[in-house]
Design a protein around this ligand. Sequence first.
Ligand code: PEP
Ligand code: MG
Length: 570
Amino acid sequence: MRYGGRSLAQGIAVGKACLYKPYDAKPEKKMLEPGECDKALLRYKTAQETALGELKCIYNNLSNEDEAAIFLAHIDILCDDVINEEIKDCICCEGYIEEWAVYSTYENYIQTLGKVKDTLICERAADLKDVQNRLLRCLAGIPENNLSMLQKPTVIVAHDLMPSDTAMLDRSMVKGIVIEIGGVTSHSAIIARSYGIPLLCVQNATQLVANDDTLIIDAFEGVLLLNADKATVESYIKKCDMWLAKKKEIERYITVKSICTDGTRIDVELNIGSATSEELKDSEYTDGIGLFRTEFLYMGRRQLPSEDEQFEIYKRVLSQFSGRHVTLRTLDIGGDKILESIQLPQEQNPFMGKRALRLCFDNLEIFKTQIRAALRASIYGNLWIMFPMVSSMDDFRRAKGIVTEVKEELALSAIPFDKNIKLGIMIEIPAIAMLADQVSKEVDFASIGTNDLLQYALAVDRMNPDVSTYYQIYHPALFRLIGFVAEQFRKEDKPLCVCGESAGDPLSAVVFIGLGIRKLSMGCSLISGIKKLICGMSLEKSERLAKSIQDMSTATEVENLLREALNEYI
Ligand code: PEP
Ligand code: MG
């Protein structure tokens, strides 16, 4: 069978399907038949033992102490005497079925703890929910399905992958991913692209595909082939090998310096999330970190990272970049990025709501903990701090004020930090882009987040596949906005980077350079391709192209012109 899909990360993959459906069930409130109490108790006990076995297995396989501590806490909850007695009473005294007994007993605690404002206590509610789901799944006889425990190379098929899922993903085992929803700049797409994993969005994929089906993903053509004949599978294995060989060929450019043919230097910087060794493997060939999406350190876990834990990670990254700047973006949570450790408000329009800096202003303790950790680490390298979702200069001034407060607190305790840290902002809201003349005078640097800038400028939800045709990365208005911002920062001679996904897109990158941008930041797998492009390109050609799209009115005209002019480079 052949299905059409949208390519969110290019590439080809052939492999066996692994359906990923996080278990989340609400059982019916039903009474036991007379005389069934003992059987129900036995089923509960067996499910509890299975759950305990799973948890012990995960615990024994984890080397990270924090992650291991979470599963140890789950074992404690699972074996808690009070909860166990309540479940047994619910079965034997009240006569409910074992599923309802488990669900309702846990639910009482979850509801009570969930109402408490203290984040630490709320975290316990999330742990209880996790154990509740595990027990219910074991009662249903459904095996564990966890992306960190893949046993063989696999194509994952899921409704969607939360950033917490991608954070847990065992990347060495994932050949490709198929999801049902998500846009080019959804975080699953960003992660897949930065690891070079082909990603396709196919409607109803989880209903079309069964575990162990043979899947072919052609994320160049936007095609999913299900259980294709032997000849087709073989031809795609060849195509996949060719694609991998081409990728290898481009990867050779990783070591070159990114200098245009006329000698203009363009800094090519790295976007990272969890600061894994894989993300940082080619870091010595980059001009710094243009975007450290620190929220990834908070995701896929039940507890917020402590100040010391963050400090150690920031220190490690700063030391590794020995002098090259590391742009640490403060927690950018909300939108499609959710945390299990804090309850985010339910909003109609989360991308327009309490996101990023707005959430940090409401959770000052979390914000200050991060700033403290970053400032403490700043003595180990060249740290720049960047605030996301800045919509007015009030936002920047308020955030800067909080940094000053933390600096004062550290100074009082005689804790050393770099006193001259650069403070900058993401330019991802049109209002702040239009104020670039003012902004460039006040901030130390800025970075343009094209993913959000497009979403807000074109009024298109970046996650909604139904409006994805309106999410036009070559929209001329985007280039006009960026051209204006670049001009203002050039006048002030302040660093300006582009760190959204467009920075790693060759067609857009050429225009950005022509508009005066000298810093591009992207995921690790895109760096060599952009370096190859820069080395073969003259500044004069980029400027000419940027100029010729100035008078264009549609994204299609812009794209056609760029494709034709840059055919030999892409
Ligand atoms: C952006 O908006 O372009 C950006 C880099 O931030 P994020 O994708 O993390 O929202
Ligand atoms: Mg953004």
